[in-house]
Ligand binder design. Structure first.
Ligand SMILES: *Cc1c(COP(=O)(O)O)cnc(C)c1O
Length: 395
């Protein structure tokens, strides 16, 4: 199926979207049913039920029929009113970006920002809320993907809960790759998607919305209606008794069903263990090859992406091009503020596996050698193998 002159990648080890699980591809090839027919309406209700179970929430989850970036914009538009003061926590590019959306709708946005290789300290959040007790909404990215770093979301959630503000969490690149749910961080609006750790296709947004957050949106005179930015339009769409406001992405919902079935069949805890084990092995290999991790401390390194500093004197694009040309292997660059400074190896969904870590280390090491850097690839492989052999990595 070569439709152009560019060679297809052999191994996509990028920071998402991922190559989907085979079960997702099969599910996406199911018939595309008419959305107003009783069959699809009942199916949609069942898929939302599975999604709610995966998110571990009692209320029906919400699906928006756009990918998570506009899904996050829709969350800002629907939740934030013109009278609201918003505290936006910034530890990376996605956190920074959410602040621009928030500023479009809020009375005022103020930020706590840390260097993009660091994590937000919950004490900073507590101090900020003490300074500005009128803060109505706090927004935070759990895993800021272009940095490969995690924020201490449970602790931040506890601080926000005690203050009484609403908490919006972007968990697009951590949910289903580790133990993160709306309940673990007291999130009122929890945003994720199938295209990262669930190993699905990237075209829809998955959300959990607390009763408090629905009430806030219903009272918000600025909340959009009859709009792609409206959460309220889709509030009742989970029910087979209620019509869809617009046509849902039927094929993507089929794919989500396949992804959720796979997640439950393997067992969420096993899926998380697989992600954590792959990332640990990868970090061990990276360090043993004499390369530096981007996160300031290994405790804040995400289990779903390993961010590696670009060695001095080399260009990120040259390394990626060599890895692709020699090993058919695709990694991710940085983005905005982290562009040019790091490379990212994804451990999401089907590629959160020891075998793919070996490919990643070999391809990265081989690319660096091709560019004249003598890296000890063997030492990297040995260190990763030692990590994989440890008891907590065994199936
Ligand atoms: C991938 C991702 C998104 C969504 O971006 P899309 O371009 O819609 O895929 C949002 N937030 C984070 C942290 C992400 O990693």
């Amino acid at each position: 199926m070569a439709v152009n002159a560019v060679r297809e990648p052999v191994f996509t080890l990028a920071a998402g979207p991922v190559s989907v699980y085979p079960s997702v591809s099969r599910a996406m090839s199911r018939p595309v049913h008419y959305d107003f027919d009783a069959y699809f309406q009942a199916f949609y209700e069942e898929v939302v039920g599975k999604l709610s179970r995966a998110l571990r929430v009692k209320e029906p989850a919400l699906i928006l029929h756009c990918e998570p970036a506009p899904g996050l914009e829709a969350a800002a538009a629907s939740l934030i009113g013109r009278g609201d003061v918003v505290l936006n926590l910034v530890s990376g590019v996605y956190g920074k970006g959410f602040g621009f959306w928030a500023a479009r709708y809020a009375k005022e946005v103020f930020e706590v920002e840390v260097p993009f290789n660091e994590a937000i300290d919950p004490q900073q959040v507590a101090d900020a809320l003490k300074r500005r007790p009128e803060t109505a909404i706090v927004s935070v990215v759990h895993h800021d993907t272009p940095s490969g770093t995690l924020n201490p979301i449970a602790e931040i959630g506890e601080v926000v809960r005690r203050h009484g503000a609403l908490l919006l969490v972007d968990a697009v690149s951590s949910f289903a790759g580790m133990d993160i749910h709306p309940g673990t961080c007291a999130a009122d609006l929890f945003v994720t998607g199938p295209g990262k750790c669930l190993g699905g296709a990237p075209g829809i947004t998955l959300m959990a919305v607390s009763p408090r957050a629905w009430a806030k949106m219903e009272k918000n005179p600025d909340a959009p209606r009859d709009s792609v930015l409206s959460l309220l339009d889709w509030k009742d769409a989970w029910s087979r008794e209620k019509p869809f406001p617009f046509t849902p992405s039927v094929a993507e919902v089929n794919g989500l069903d396949g992804a959720l079935d796979g997640y439950f069949d393997e067992g969420p805890e096993n899926v998380w263990r697989r992600h954590a084990g792959a990332a640990r092995a990868c970090r061990a290999g990276i360090k043993a090859m004499g390369l530096a991790l981007w996160p300031a401390r290994e405790e804040i390194a995400a289990p779903t992406v390993t961010a590696v500093r670009v060695p001095d004197g080399l260009k990120d694009t040259d390394i990626l091009a060599a890895a692709r040309a020699l090993y058919g292997t695709v990694f991710s660059k940085g983005r905005n503020e982290t562009l040019g400074k790091l490379l990212r190896i994804g451990h999401m969904g089907p590629v959160a596996e020891p075998g793919y870590v070996m490919v990643a280390l070999t391809a990265l090491g081989g690319a660096l050698r091709a560019l004249g850097r003598p890296v000890d690839v063997g030492a990297g492989i040995e260190a990763a193998m030692a990590e994989i052999a440890r008891a907590d990595n065994r199936p």
